[in-house]
Design a protein around this ligand. Structure first.
Ligand code: MRU
Length: 338
């Protein structure tokens, strides 16, 4: 079966409930705006491009419910609700704002159909972007490479073959004998539960490690390169990605191995000058406590930040659908966007 985390068929939105993976592969229907918001907030669907696509379909579901009462103002409200679910990945607000921009001057009666068309093109655009990232990124992967990745930036996180994992799929398809080391990715285990599972599903050799093993594997020269995704890229090339990414970039620099970031153009936010301005999501303490079975009434003080910032000077290159941006900086990103 072809893995598709988001399906829109017969006017219905279905997603794989990723909180059940890897033990159960189950699609759930999202039938109203609240269920779409809940699915994004609770990580049933996650990964920057995937939540952008889901939010776009959420706008259509909201529009259809409004029916004859639809107005631009009502759609702005629906968009605000979607945008409030998760703050870091810019793809979510990009989708919502793109829809609002395109319907602003339309007559109410034509809005619903137009949103559906835009949603289809957002989904398709991401599918094509992943394919191109795969082609560009594959050029950077040597034969027999040992590749480290963090979190899940694969099929499950996008509308296509992934961002960080797209070059991996392409390298494997072209016959390279690669191996992927998968960081567990605490606290909710997107690496252990999702990346390992989807790579294994596609027969790609992979090995699961705990997050705190990565630096020592790099030091032992067991890793040739690192590829991760991004939730937002600031104008100067700093990136936000899953907590733990920054430490990998520091270790990569110290041990002189390439550190690549793969992302579609919808992840670039030129309105934010540098990484320190990117809003970082703080998540519930329970995500950490429940892993260890620690009862809430023991009153642990917990800090659970979902993402960190990797400065651009630790990034060897950003792999985009258009080209590979070496030593990313503001000028290079500006040229890419224009
Ligand atoms: O909290 P998540 O699972 O949504 O975090 C996802 C990541 O950090 C991914 O690396 C990022 O969104 C890129 S996905 C192509």
């Amino acid at each position: 079966m072809k893995l598709e985390p988001i399906k829109f068929e017969n006017d219905e939105l279905k997603i794989i409930d990723q909180t059940l993976l890897p033990n159960e592969l189950k699609y759930i229907n999202l039938t109203d705006l609240d269920s779409v918001c809940d699915a994004i907030r609770s990580l049933k669907i996650r990964g920057a491009p995937a939540i952008g696509i889901t939010a776009a379909y959420g706008m259509y579901i909201a529009a259809k419910k409004l029916d004859t009462k639809i107005s631009y103002e009502q759609m702005v409200k629906a968009g605000q609700k979607l945008k409030s679910t998760r703050p870091t990945a810019v793809n979510l607000s990009w989708s919502v704002d793109e829809i609002l921009r395109q319907i602003k001057s339309l007559k109410s009666a034509t809005m619903i159909d137009r949103i559906k068309t835009i949603d289809g093109s957002i989904h398709e655009q991401d599918y094509n972007a992943c394919k191109k990232i795969g082609e560009h990124g594959n050029q950077l992967i040597p034969e027999r490479a040992k590749i480290l990745t963090h979190c899940n930036a694969g099929i499950l996180a996008t509308g296509g073959i992934g961002t960080a994992l797209a070059p991996v799929y392409k390298a494997y398809e072209t016959g390279k004998k690669i191996e992927v080391f998968v960081d567990e990715t605490r606290p909710v285990g997107q690496g252990a539960r999702l990346t390992y599972w989807e790579l294994n599903y596609h027969h790609i050799p992979c090995t699961l490690i705990t997050d705190n093993m990565a630096a020592s594997l790099i030091a032992k020269k067991d890793i040739d390169l690192i590829i991760v995704g991004a939730d937002r890229i600031a104008a100067n090339g700093d990136i936000a990605n899953k907590i733990g990414t920054y430490g990998l970039a520091v270790a990569a620099k110290y041990h002189k191995i390439p550190f690549y970031v793969a992302a579609p153009l919808t992840t670039i936010d030129m309105s934010i000058q540098s990484g320190d301005k990117i809003p970082i999501e703080i998540r519930d303490a329970q995500e950490i406590l429940s892993f260890w079975n620690i009862r809430q009434n023991l009153n642990y003080k917990v800090y659970n930040t979902a993402f960190d910032i990797t400065p651009h000077n630790l990034i060897t290159a950003i792999i985009t659908p258009v080209s590979v941006i070496n030593n990313p900086n503001k000028k290079r990103l500006q040229n890419l966007i224009n």
